[in-house]
Design a protein around this ligand. Structure first.
Ligand SMILES: C[S@@+](CC[C@H](N)C(=O)[O-])C[C@H]1O[C@@H](n2cnc3c(N)ncnc32)[C@H](O)[C@@H]1O
Length: 252
């Protein structure tokens, strides 16, 4: 199966889920609270927003305007519906775009947010290429899969060496951020069950109907198998690897 087909199946599997990656509203709010001194009505960019798990929280927690970027129109339609039902659609602008080349003015944002998505461009590349979109001293908040131990068990090393070879530990990500012109303001790990329960719970519950709907399609079954293997592996990941919030500020 080529990457594009795999992506289509993953989109189908995730359609309608409350969040498309590990996270939790309280963690989003905690990271936002670290951005001390944000303007009263900040301009916020949410990169890889999916169905809006964080955009909606940011719109509720601030009086700002959110530009919500994703390259999958289906997810942005879900975001629009959710924003309308909460009366937030006037302050959230969904934008279909590729995070590698977003059609946005430079210095247009006070805060760039990206939960579970910067790995797509790469941590260092995101910190480098998104920087010009921020106003001087603006904030960048990302959650990034990170090693939480210096001695991961072989099963995790083997799996993530293939799945995310660029994964680093927290100290190395903070050092990389500093060397790329960012001031680390704070960081904290997501609770392990923000992955295993908040994200995987609804995803796991979806698998039987997904398998049944695509019973004759070996590609769909392979994507379901892969997802089940990942869920089984990550059940024991606490203290080994997990998502970490990095709250960074443009140094200049
Ligand atoms: C793991 S999901 C996280 C979504 C959301 N932030 C959340 O926490 O629910 C990654 C998101 O990035 C989007 N994405 C993947 N490649 C992208 C690209 N090149 N440009 C923009 N968005 C992309 C996917 O469609 C998906 O919505």
């Amino acid at each position: 199966m080529d990457d594009a087909r795999m992506m289509d199946w993953l989109i189908a599997l995730h359609a309608g889920l409350p969040r498309l990656g590990p996270g939790r509203d309280t963690a989003t709010r905690r990271a936002l609270a670290d951005c001390v001194g944000l303007p009263a009505t900040p301009d916020i960019l949410d990169v890889g927003c999916g169905g809006g798990a964080s955009s909606l929280v940011l719109a509720e927690a601030t009086a700002g305007h959110i530009t919500a970027v994703d390259r999958v129109p289906l997810f942005l339609r879900e975001l629009r519906t959710r924003a309308q039902s909460r009366g937030l659609d006037g302050r959230i602008r969904p934008l279909v775009a590729d995070m590698h080349a977003m059609p946005l003015r430079s210095a247009a944002f006070d805060l760039i947010w990206s939960e579970g998505a910067i790995y797509i461009i790469g941590f260092d590349a995101g910190l480098t290429h998104w920087r010009s979109l921020l106003r001087p001293r603006g904030w960048l908040v990302v959650s990034e899969l990170s090693w939480l131990t210096d001695h991961p068990p072989a099963a995790f090393l083997d799996s993530w060496r293939e799945g995310y070879p660029g994964m680093r530990n927290v100290a190395d990500n903070l050092a990389a951020a500093s060397s790329l012109g960012w001031e680390p303001v704070g960081h904290f790990p997501l609770p392990a069950d923000a992955w295993t329960i908040d994200y995987y719970g609804p995803l796991h519950a979806r698998l039987p109907s997904f398998r049944a709907d695509h019973a004759d399609d070996p590609e769909a079954q392979a994507v379901a198998d892969m997802t089940e293997r990942e869920i089984a592996l990550m059940a024991d990941a606490a203290g080994i690897c997990g998502y970490v919030f990095y709250i960074l500020r443009r140094a200049g």
